[in-house]
Design a protein around this ligand. Structure first.
Ligand code: NZQ
Ligand code: ZN
Length: 387
């Protein structure tokens, strides 16, 4: 087991109706609020009006239209400007992971005199940030319980995942009823994203029985509950369990003491969504089974056998490679069965920029140090196999 130094300062307030605590919680941070949200789903949900009603005593400024794969320009830059011009005390992010990730970049940029890209690109270390409270409306990223964010810069095809302990949300409200309206597409993509967060921690050199069991249970829970959510979008119990499993995703709790895998599928997917603005969870579901096939070897096989037997119930007495290949096939078939398009061509990506994207990933993502190292050529082969 590896050494670790772990703390998650985020307060989670979970369940139906918990928004009634919002005025008390926000009162701890000040009256000047930047309310951030996306393209309008929170208005359809009635959440926008509810927040305005509950915070009637606050001075609320707004940043709307934050897009999926949130953009540095204009969203982060506009948000930083609003915070500085109005001396904002706290950011209230209401929406999915994109809104929250954008809000994290704004929170850091608001406390920095230079170009906020310096912080996102790790040129300058974050020294402080505005507090963030969020109401998460989509079960997927786990941004509500981690200190990371992912920001896209269109002109350079960069999509950078950056992390800093100052960026943990102070408080996250998780009411599963707010996810009843999430479309089938985003319910499935959210499930795939959360599953692959777990896989990125599972497929590594050094793990424990405890972590393996926790992660295998997380994967099984996501597969069972995502199906239920797709069949009945208002199944509270299924939405609630899916929300919690997603929340744990990226804050390391699944893998304390594990060695790092290097998160290769995320490293590769970020290029796909930077170049083509596709849905993150779909891009991941497409490349992950191809990555699995690509790295299967005598060095990696024992993890695939464990995954196949414990997650999919494959007969442990079969030949190791038969188990591993069945497990990879079942992973693919599961994503396909929940409606995810399983080829890059299905999401508008052809072979024309594969070389360029593979080069970008090889230069920027450090995957030559992953558990199963990937060269530029490996990355290009995985993209090509995903077409
Ligand atoms: O913009 P609005 O109108 O709000 O609509 C959104 C958006 O179109 C909609 N939506 C959200 N909640 C809804 C809803 N529609 C109906 N009812 C609701 N309750 O869903 C669409 C997608 O939203 P988005 O926030 O983009 O999805 P998600 O939460 O999956 O976030 C994806 C982003 O997070 C990053 C991804 O790369 C991507 O940019 N990630 C962040 C991570 C983190 N911070 O830890 C880790 C992940 O690996 C991931 O990379
Ligand atoms: Zn992800």
């Amino acid at each position: 087991m590896q050494n670790f130094d772990y703390m998650t300062p985020t307060r989670l307030i979970f369940g139906k109706g918990v928004i009634s605590k919002l005025p008390d919680v926000m009162g701890n941070f000040g009256k000047k609020v930047l309310l951030t949200y996306g393209g309008g789903s929170i208005k359809k949900l009635g959440l926008y009006d509810k927040v305005k009603e509950l915070l009637a005593d606050s001075e609320i400024h707004e940043l709307s239209d934050i897009q999926p794969n949130p953009k540095y320009d204009p969203s982060v830059l506009d948000g930083v400007r609003i915070c500085k011009e109005n001396n904002i005390d706290v950011i209230l992010a209401v929406g999915g992971g994109s809104v929250l990730d954008c809000s994290k970049a704004i929170a850091a940029g608001a406390k920095y005199d230079g170009d906020p890209w310096d912080l996102i690109s790790y040129k300058v270390k974050v020294e402080s940030a505005l507090p963030i409270v969020d109401i998460i409306t989509l079960a997927a990223t786990g941004s509500e319980y981690d200190c990371g964010g992912v920001i896209s810069r269109t002109e350079t095809n960069d999509k950078i995942g950056y992390m800093d302990p100052h960026l943990y949300p102070a408080v996250s409200f998780l009411d599963p009823t707010y996810t009843f309206t999430v479309s089938k597409k985003h319910t499935a993509a959210g499930c795939a994203d959360a599953m692959i967060h777990i896989m990125e921690q599972y497929f590594c050199e050094d793990s424990t029985l405890l972590n393996d069991g926790f992660m295998e249970a997380g994967l099984k829970s996501l597969m069972v509950n995502a199906r239920k959510c797709l069949e009945n979008p208002e199944d509270y119990t299924a939405r609630a369990e899916m929300m919690l499993v997603c929340t744990y995703g990226c804050n390391d709790i699944y893998s304390l003491g594990n060695s790092s895998s290097g998160w290769p599928c995320h490293g590769m997917e970020h290029a796909l969504s930077a170049y083509y603005d596709i849905t993150h969870g779909e891009g991941l579901a497409i490349i992950t089974p191809r990555w699995m096939k690509h790295i299967l070897s005598n060095k990696t096989i024992s993890r695939f056998v464990k995954y196949g037997v414990n997650v999919f119930g494959i007969d442990a007495s079969l030949d190791e490679y038969e188990i591993a290949n069945k497990a990879i096939d079942k992973t693919y078939r599961f994503f396909e069965s929940i409606g995810i398009p399983m080829h890059l061509k299905d999401v508008g990506i052809d072979e024309s920029r594969i070389g360029e994207m593979a080069h970008h990933v090889a230069v920027n993502e450090g995957l030559e140090n992953a558990w199963s190292p990937l060269t530029e050529q490996d990355i290009a082969e995985i993209f090509t196999a995903s077409l």
